[in-house]
Design a protein around this ligand. Structure first.
Ligand code: CMC
Length: 422
């Protein structure tokens, strides 16, 4: 039997049967019973804004799948570039498809000289790299005027390739600028994560070969961050994209959404919190402070996950491998103690607050030598694939422009008073 609910309008006695499709009820159907009455849902707590076939997430069971593939299997066996292809095309690539895709990406890693020399060099010396990235991504739209042809498949594919390929170059350029180091051009003999590390760390050596354990760890982090269904930044991408803006402008909006500490800035906040705690002895008092309302336990809690974030489990394992190479991050013991206490404390248990992806990722990034303000930038590089997969899906669904309604709570009409009479 098809699932449905029946609603009675007590004002008129009229009833209507509403089908439940894919776990949801169409708001347009509800509206037939409630003309002129809006659904009030700030923060989209109960609203599905679209249908999507990209990522499946079950927050109670701690399940995350890209296009049906469990995140654990992808993190174990795949690469970020393959995952990006999967997100965008819906299927894993065949070998020739992957070789062609990798070649395409590799051939688009360079950025226009003016982006670096005139645009990025114009920032204030202490500019935050994420602020630089947001602006640089938006500026790309002025370099690729064909990007406006969003319904031309060739142009769309070209912009997708450019964005995925150029993100690491822009990210590394922002970092080099912020530490006063010369820009490093992409090395197309290296694979995607190794090339990024080369652009970050190369000094005077003719060829930079990053440690394979660190390169693989970074690739795993890229896989884990590649998509997460309708999160804040993906929603920003879809909302801006729904106006048919070019993908660089929409992607810049997504980057801006990712900048905030409730989203992509959380792993930076975790490190600041662990540094402030300073010593394992201070953990119980810190937890008591959080419970008393003095700030949040950063890297804990999630709008969707009400159990252990599956990405956090994988990251915890990856951290051990990284620390074998870099030496243990001294903040790790504080993090482990925090987790142990929080997971057995009534406050956190009753609110279903578990470590999220950001609780351990910052420790890895820090051990690998990334400065704190690069953390959201490191998140933006792989999430670009997810943003673009959702953007493309939205355009193919011929979706309407995002334009919610409001419940007006301001003053009634009143007459203008000249300034001299106020
Ligand atoms: N520490 C202490 N208490 C918390 C925390 C936390 N990290 N997170 C939620 N709570 C409490 C909150 O005070 C509230 O308690 P009460 O019911 O007594 O008022 C209850 O749990 C529900 O919190 P909420 O703010 O209504 O939940 P939300 O779904 O709106 O917020 C969140 C989700 C991720 C913004 C929030 O958990 C948070 O601020 N966490 C810390 C920041 C963080 O780690 N963000 C990264 C998210 S994962 C990466 C990503 O996807 O971007």
């Amino acid at each position: 039997m098809a699932e449905s609910i029946t609603i009675t309008d007590n004002r008129t006695g009229e009833t209507v049967e509403l089908p439940i499709v894919n776990g949801g009820v169409a708001a347009t159907e509800w509206s037939k019973v409630l003309p002129g009455v809006w659904f009030y849902d700030p923060g989209f707590m109960s609203t599905a804004a679209c249908e999507s076939a990209v990522t499946y997430l079950d927050g109670d069971a701690g399940i995350l799948r890209y296009r049906g593939y469990p995140i654990e299997q992808l993190a174990e066996q795949s690469t970020y570039l393959e995952v990006a292809y999967l997100l965008l095309h819906g299927e894993l690539p065949s070998e020739p498809e992957f070789v062609a895709w990798r070649q395409e990406i590799t051939m688009h890693t360079f950025i226009h000289e003016n982006v670096r020399k005139r645009f990025l060099d114009g920032f204030h010396y202490d500019a935050h790299p994420m602020g630089m990235l947001v602006s640089a991504v938006a500026a790309l739209s002025t370099f690729y005027l064909d990007a406006k042809q969003i319904f031309d498949p060739t142009s769309r594919a070209k912009q997708i390739t450019r964005l995925i390929a150029k993100m690491p170059t822009l990210a590394a350029a922002a970092h080099r600028f912020s530490v006063g180091m010369p820009f490093v051009y992409p090395d197309n003999s290296l694979d995607f994560p190794a090339n990024f590390l080369s652009m970050m760390w190369k000094v005077a050596e003719p060829h930079f070969e990053p440690d394979p354990v660190l390169t693989r760890a970074l690739d795993i982090l890229f896989i884990l961050h590649a998509d997460h269904e309708q999160n804040c930044s993906t929603t920003a991408m879809r909302v801006v994209g729904s106006s048919h803006a070019d993908p660089y402008s929409a992607c810049a909006a997504a980057c801006a959404a990712l900048y905030g500490p409730r989203h992509g800035g959380a792993n930076e906040a975790v490190i600041r919190m662990l540094t402030e705690i300073g010593d394992i002895e201070n953990v119980p008092a810190f937890i008591e402070g959080v419970k008393a309302g003095n700030g949040r336990l950063q890297g804990f809690g999630h709008r969707v996950y009400k159990s252990y974030d599956p990405r956090a489990k994988i990251i915890k394992r990856t951290a051990d491998e990284v620390f074998e190479v870099t030496g243990k991050n001294p903040l790790l013991d504080i993090a482990l103690r925090l987790e142990e206490i929080a997971l057995s404390d009534e406050y956190f248990v009753s609110r279903k607050l578990y470590p999220n992806v950001d609780f351990y990722s910052g420790l890895i990034y820090q051990a690998m030598g990334f400065p704190l303000d690069m953390f959201p930038v490191l998140f933006a590089i792989p999430r670009t694939a997810g943003w673009l997969a959702h953007w493309q899906e939205m355009l193919d669904q011929d979706s309407k422009i995002a334009r919610p309604r409001q419940l007006y709570i301001g003053p009634e009409t009143r007459d203008y008073v000249p300034i001299t009479a106020r």
